[in-house]
Ligand binder design. Sequence first.
Ligand SMILES: Cc1cc2nc3c(=O)[nH]c(=O)nc-3n(C[C@H](O)[C@H](O)[C@H](O)COP(=O)(O)OP(=O)(O)OC[C@H]3O[C@@H](n4cnc5c(N)ncnc54)[C@H](O)[C@@H]3O)c2cc1C
Length: 502
Amino acid sequence: MAPPAVPASRITVRNAAPPAADGDYVLYWCTANRRASWNFALDRAIEWAMQLRRPLLVLEALRADYPWASARLHRFVLQGMAANRAAFAGKPVLYRPYVEPRAGAGKGLLAALARRACVVVGDDWPCFFLPAMTAAAARAIHVRFELVDGNGMVPLSASSAAFPTAHLFRRFWQKELAREFPAFPRPDPWKGVTLPLAGPLPATVNSRWPEADESLLTAQPGALAAFRFRHAVAPAPFAGGAPAARAALLEFVRQRLPRYADERSDPDHDAVSGLSPWLHFGHLSAHEVFAEVARREGWKRGDLGAPNGGSKEGFWQMSAAAEAFLDQLVGWRELGFHFCRHRPDYADFESLPDWAKATLRAHALDPRLHTYSLEQFAAARTHDPVWNAAQRELVATGRMHNYLRMLWGKKIVEWTQSPQQAAAFMIELNNRYAVDGRDPNSYSGIFWTLGRFDRPWAPERDVFGVIRWMSSANTLKKLRMKAYLARWGGDEGPGKGPFVRD
Ligand SMILES: Cc1cc2nc3c(=O)[nH]c(=O)nc-3n(C[C@H](O)[C@H](O)[C@H](O)COP(=O)(O)OP(=O)(O)OC[C@H]3O[C@@H](n4cnc5c(N)ncnc54)[C@H](O)[C@@H]3O)c2cc1C
């Protein structure tokens, strides 16, 4: 029996040509959902290959010159490609990893492969350079070309505009999910699938765009040294790829999820999932995360509650911890994806709500007590030890604790010459160092510090106006972070010198 079809709500046809009758294969061009299971785009490509009785070719490529390219990001993606190669081995698919040795070398590869395809299936991702890249591909691909949205539980096609707050978005998605609980991508995409095997690619393709070799895919230091990117942003202390993601997911769900609602804000309690780097690179699917949480909760689709007007609790009918986690995973994460889909200006000051722009403009000329250059911020050389600790963690590991990320952003707003400069500095620092950067949620978080998805807060203050303000002193009072500061506080840790003034 053929596997269930990918829902039409996930598919955007970019070139409506009929499948090429004389094509050699179906091509899946994997750019965002970089995984070999729980992947609607892969499922769709398999569906076409079965229908047309053609082999399946998967192209996963890595450019040399994407913005903020670094040893950290490259190694993470390469590890994901090595894992995909292993996952596709022995399956009825030809997996082709390609790593551009220098900027521009990969130009023409997709068009060359697409010329011999019946159908091309790609990933639909609403942020960074990907929408422009797929738009350019649509002009160059002359066979049927579809983009498939595997981003989250609520298909991007379900919304018709960006939502101004998480509450309004929650009201929307609760109704959507209650109306029809969504289909999931397949955990085992090969079940019930038989396909002819692809022959070798033409010699001209192989010689001009050779397959990535072992030393590259295992990101050997020697192989990385040849690239002209930011080597100072060193590899993260955790591995990319679906197996590492799955291990992190299982560990979180078993050991930390029960504490999530109560302890997620405390850096010392380590109650968060840490899954965002893998979610960002598509090594992990939000559906898989949801399924694992549901399994642990003993939850079934029929248990779903009724829409409750956008309240955070009670909709899923799971434990308080699971509901709090799913509010982040589905609510906040997907809010950003839908925003980027409808607002191509998502990275601009002008995309802020009118009240936020007005109050920030009214306070544009307020004196700033401290201002720092981008280099001072990058080097964690502010007067504030808590801020510096968070920045050190980000630089060293590619992560920053969620609560501190909010404080980190708010202080950049306070210590720059304008909100526009604050946004530019945050985008640069976040996207340069964070493994999960360059994501819809990067822009949700950064612009949240400037009022997006938020409301006015009294009292009106210098610089911020009625934008919500945060302080390091309050953070220290509120959170447990002694161990965190001992680890990341540098010479400024508690007992090592003067401590926190706001
Ligand atoms: C200034 C600033 C910058 C940020 N930059 C990024 C970024 O580059 N990439 C990124 O993924 N997130 C970003 N966030 C949002 C949030 O901080 C991270 O998603 C979260 O800390 C990731 O850690 P986790 O996986 O342990 O999250 P958990 O608490 O375990 O949550 C599970 C998942 O839910 C989603 N999520 C959690 N909190 C948020 C949130 N506030 N907004 C949107 N989605 C959320 C993430 O996908 C996360 O992996 C930023 C927030 C701020 C304030």
